[in-house]
Design a protein around this ligand. Structure first.
Ligand code: CMC
Length: 431
């Protein structure tokens, strides 16, 4: 980490403290407060970490004002247009685009780790049939530490590498099986002659009685959805993975923690919530009513798929996703999809509304993704599992970076305590 000659001065109670500053390769300067408590005896207060850099990282950069997302320096629209998911996985994990031989080797390693331990089927069968696939994924991924104990030693670089490949390779199988289980169909095994996205689609939609012919355009759209979700710097689930891992927990436990966090409607659950909202709105004439509700401070309703903590101009992933939605629906011959119609008019009306303009609220990646996934045949409950499988590589890349960092220490925030001060215990008969 580079310390600059710049410092920041903090003054209170007649005392001043010099705080070192760091200059990133991109983004705002960072004030280093690590020694603040030791020197000045105060904490900083930042619930929601809106002004806190929790780590240094070389993986992903977002410029929220410009609407820019870079993975290892490469813009997301270039990656979504010219690259493909497994190449982006390699880039995120190892730092550079692979040579042809490196890519072939990486794809071979991922492809040959897609099967699950056969005993894991019993684990799936322990869940209720109506369990949400995310509930199954949290449980099954956490249980991988029981099925693959040989790759849980975080201090062994070989074990870390094997755990990384296993997680990227097996996540589509786990997500597809969670879906198959929920609809009462047999599990479909992966096939090594198919690419990553095609294999996932086939595991979701094939049945023993009838194979599934993978449409290359749908497979490309699936791959693009994976690519657009691959990483997003220190978002809530990634920070959860990092915090869980800071205690030395094994990678499967940490990724399970990330999946649990992603499930929430403010994060990865927004794609499901957004499609449900579009369905509830139903027709364009009802849009103003929902816009009014989103603006009403006394109504908890928010426009799902709108707004972002970091993007204050536009979300570059949403632009690609919108194009993809048009392409996929066109390919499938779906004219006048009512949800797409509602989404487009809703986007237009919201962007023209001063409330959304002033608060810099724009459609995010989740606004159009659900429309594509539904057109492909996925139920809404599978949207967040698909986000989870796509984001796995981001979580793992950030986890690997953190483990290899000599500055890595257990995450232990402090608090602004507002409760009672010490008081004596009162026996129950005297309360
Ligand atoms: N609809 C209506 N008002 C909104 C919305 C929305 N979707 N999002 C933010 N606001 C308002 C909010 O009420 C607040 O107003 P005020 O300043 O008057 O109190 C202001 O905008 C700032 O909102 P915030 O909640 O302080 O912002 P945040 O950075 O904490 O939240 C967010 C970011 C994404 C959680 C939020 O915009 C939201 O809840 N959006 C809907 C859920 C969603 O689409 N999530 C997916 C995010 S992208 C995928 C991912 O990373 O998981």
């Amino acid at each position: 980490m580079t310390e600059t000659t710049k410092t920041a001065t903090l003054s209170f109670d007649g005392q001043s403290f010099e705080l070192p500053m760091h200059s990133p390769t991109a983004g705002p300067d960072v004030i280093d407060i690590r020694k603040l408590y030791g020197q000045a005896g105060v904490f900083t207060y930042d619930p929601g970490y809106t002004s806190t850099a929790s780590c240094d990282s070389t993986i992903t950069f977002i410029d929220g004002d410009k609407g820019e997302l870079l993975h290892r320096g490469y813009p997301i629209d270039q990656l979504a247009g010219k690259s493909h998911y497994l190449e982006v996985c390699y880039l995120l994990l190892y730092g550079n685009l692979p040579s042809a031989a490196e890519l072939e080797d990486f794809e071979h390693r991922v492809t040959h780790h897609t099967m699950l331990h056969e005993q894991m089927q019993n684990f799936f069968r322990g869940f209720r049939r109506d369990a949400h696939p995310m509930a199954i994924m949290v449980g099954v991924v956490g249980a991988m530490s029981a099925f693959y104990p040989d790759s849980t030693d975080i201090h062994d670089p070989w074990a870390r590498e094997v755990a990384s490949i296993r997680l990227i390779a097996k996540m589509p199988t786990i997500a597809a099986w969670a879906y198959k289980y929920s609809i009462g169909q047999p599990f479909v095994y992966p096939r090594n002659d198919l690419d990553y996205a095609s294999n996932f689609l086939r595991m979701c939609f094939a049945v023993p009685a009838e194979d599934y012919e993978v449409n290359p355009i749908l497979s490309r759209a699936m791959d693009r959805i994976f690519t657009l979700h691959a990483d997003h710097e220190q978002n809530a689930s990634t920070s959860t993975v990092r915090l869980a891992s800071s205690s030395g927990a094994n990678p499967f436990a940490c990724i399970a923690a990330g999946i649990a966090c992603l499930w929430g409607p403010a994060h990865g659950g927004a794609n499901q919530a957004c499609l449900e909202m579009l369905e509830e709105i139903g027709t364009v004439d009802r849009i103003p009513e929902f816009i009014d509700r989103a603006k009403d401070k006394d109504d908890p309703f928010r426009l799902m798929g709108f707004g972002h903590r970091v993007y204050k101009n536009f979300d570059p992933r949403a632009t690609v996703m919108k194009q993809s939605a048009d392409e996929v629906l066109d390919l499938l011959g779906i004219d006048n999809n009512p949800k797409l119609q509602v989404a487009k008019v809703l986007e237009k009306q919201a962007l023209e509304d001063p409330y959304f303009a002033e608060k810099k609220l724009f459609p995010n990646v989740d606004f159009y993704s659900g429309i594509i996934l539904e057109a492909m045949g996925f139920p809404t409950s599978m949207f967040t599992p698909i986000f989870a499988l796509s984001r796995t590589v981001g979580w793992i890349s950030q986890w690997k970076e953190m483990i290899a960092d000599p500055q890595n220490k257990i995450g232990r925030p402090r608090q602004l305590y507002l409760g009672d001060t010490a008081r004596d215990y009162v026996d129950i008969e005297n309360r």
